[in-house]
Design a protein around this ligand. Structure first.
Ligand code: SF4
Length: 491
């Protein structure tokens, strides 16, 4: 992370139906799996891969927990009291499991993800209904682990063998895929070596490891042939990517993006989450050079105070960040910048907070995510002196969010009247309505036929809502060509 995706959280999603990914003949002896996903996009990606791995075992995804033979909680450890929340969810699942058992039906329960990694055997001890505990680097072993668990052993697998996971993902990538949504995630690296003092990721996801270029390209090609038009490359520290190419050289993220932009059918590329220290010239130039690389960058800074940045072990100063933003904007004037902010880190004074507000005013974000600092057991920040009182954190957070919200509104308003490319992704709430994404990652709602789902269309932005833009289809190719010019002017 540098965090947006990992600090984001507490939404739950179900994994894509396994039947979309696997040929029907592979589905024998069908059982149902319910996966609840907490937290970041990487967990969403992992949940999808879990259903892929389980599909040949005869599992189909279900949205109904009561109907499931296997329930998996894919957990996130970033929020406060994350483990306690998992235990209380397990309490609810216990009742469902007991009800199924009374009617003679089995239900196995697994805990995956970062809480599984952090808590390990403690989970089976405190929640005996749990049959297996699987860390984020081991889910490719699910079939084997399930089979052990069915024989009555309590299974806990929290090894950090990420190479094995990546190799497995690649083997799986050879299999045919029938259908995928227009926008999908693709993990290119995992783990982090930065050790920011507030963050658990280096402890739960382990050291930084990148997949090989060939593995990623194969998976991206497979996704494109399954209907994916937009791929978001994922990594906790994605721009630290350093994948090995077939000729033995090491590629950075910029070079990887250039290669992926050659794949037929992939209209859009994005990546998240980046660390300012790893934003190199090649990556910045890729934003300038690649039409497929969307003009959006999530680049967390966390604080605008040098003293706090140092105490957070961020390894950059506010001036480093300003210089970087200048270089990025020089290469891509219209880029939408997003960030993460933590308020109330130990030792944060009024002046430190004012430095953060000043940084936000100077950078002008298109959006940002902000959080009150909360102690994560095992991280250095948790035991630092000068913890900031909760009410002061709340006050600062409210001020910061008001400022970001003003900037976001201004950025959205600057799109009014533009014609831009929108990837149409799914049906909207109202009949005849579709929802898509602008190049700057804003949701766009418009009336359009369902047959256009999965295509990129020129859309004129006619209204700005609080969370979405509203548009109308604009068939004029000339205006479509103009979009780039308008975008450049808007920066
Ligand atoms: S340690 Fe720092 S750079 Fe690494 S994932 Fe956490 S916040 Fe991001």
């Amino acid at each position: 992370m540098t965090s947006r995706p990992d600090l984001e959280a507490e939404t739950t999603t179900s994994a894509v139906p396994a039947s979309e990914n696997v040929a029907p003949e592979e589905l024998t002896n069908t059982r149902k799996v319910f996966v609840r996903t907490y937290g970041c996009q990487m967990n969403v990606y992992d949940s999808e891969r879990m259903t892929d791995v389980l599909a040949p075992e005869g599992f189909q995804a279900t949205d109904d927990m009561e109907d499931a033979d296997l329930v998996i909680l894919n957990t996130c450890h970033i929020r406060e009291k994350a483990a306690e929340k998992v235990y209380s969810e397990l309490g609810r699942i216990r009742k469902v499991k007991e009800a199924r058992s009374k009617s003679g039906k089995e239900m196995m329960v697994g805990v995956a993800g970062c809480v599984a990694q952090a808590e390990g055997e403690e989970i089976s001890r405190r929640a005996p209904i749990v049959d297996l505990v699987v860390g984020p680097q081991s889910y490719h072993q699910l079939p084997e682990l399930l089979s052990k668990a069915r024989q009555g052993s309590k299974v806990v697998e929290t090894e950090f063998d990420i190479d094995a996971k990546f190799n497995h993902l690649s083997a799986n990538a050879e299999k045919p895929v029938l259908k995928r949504p227009p926008s999908a995630f693709l993990t290119v690296q995992e783990g982090c070596d930065k050790f920011c003092t507030f963050c658990v990721v280096p402890y739960t996801r382990g050291a930084e490891v990148s997949r090989s270029v060939a593995q990623i390209v194969t998976e991206a090609e497979r996704m494109a042939s399954a209907g994916v038009r937009e791929v978001t490359l994922l990594g906790q520290n994605v721009n630290a990517f350093h994948g090995e190419a077939q000729d033995g050289t090491t590629w950075g993220l910029g070079k990887l993006l250039r290669r992926l932009s050659e794949i037929d059918g992939l209209d859009r590329l994005r990546y998240t989450t980046s660390h300012p220290r790893d934003m190199d010239d090649d990556l910045i130039d890729a934003h300038r050079d690649l039409k497929t690389l969307m003009p959006y960058l999530h680049l967390p800074v966390q604080s605008g105070s040098d003293k706090i940045l140092k105490s957070m072990n961020r390894r950059h100063t506010r001036d480093d960040y300003f210089r970087l933003i200048d270089r990025i904007r020089e290469a891509t004037p219209d880029i939408a910048l997003s960030g993460d902010f933590i308020v109330g880190f130990p030792g944060e004074t009024d002046q430190d907070f004012e430095d953060t507000m000043d940084l936000i005013r100077r950078v002008e974000y298109g959006s940002a995510f902000s959080f009150k600092y909360s102690q994560r057991p095992g991280t250095p920040g948790a035991t630092m002196d000068e913890q900031v009182p909760e009410d002061l954190k709340s006050e600062r957070l409210a001020q910061l969010q008001a400022l970001v919200s003003e900037q976001q509104k201004a950025f959205n308003a600057s799109r009014l009247g533009m014609t831009c490319d929108v990837l149409l992704e799914k049906k909207g709430r109202n009949p005849g309505q579709l929802v898509g994404k602008s190049p700057w990652l804003q949701p766009v709602q418009l009336d359009a036929p369902e047959s256009l789902i999965g295509s990129v269309q020129a859309v004129e932005i006619v209204e700005i809502g609080s969370n979405s833009l509203f548009g109308r289809l604009n068939a004029g190719q000339d205006e479509r060509d103009d979009a780039g010019a308008i975008q450049a002017k808007a920066g």
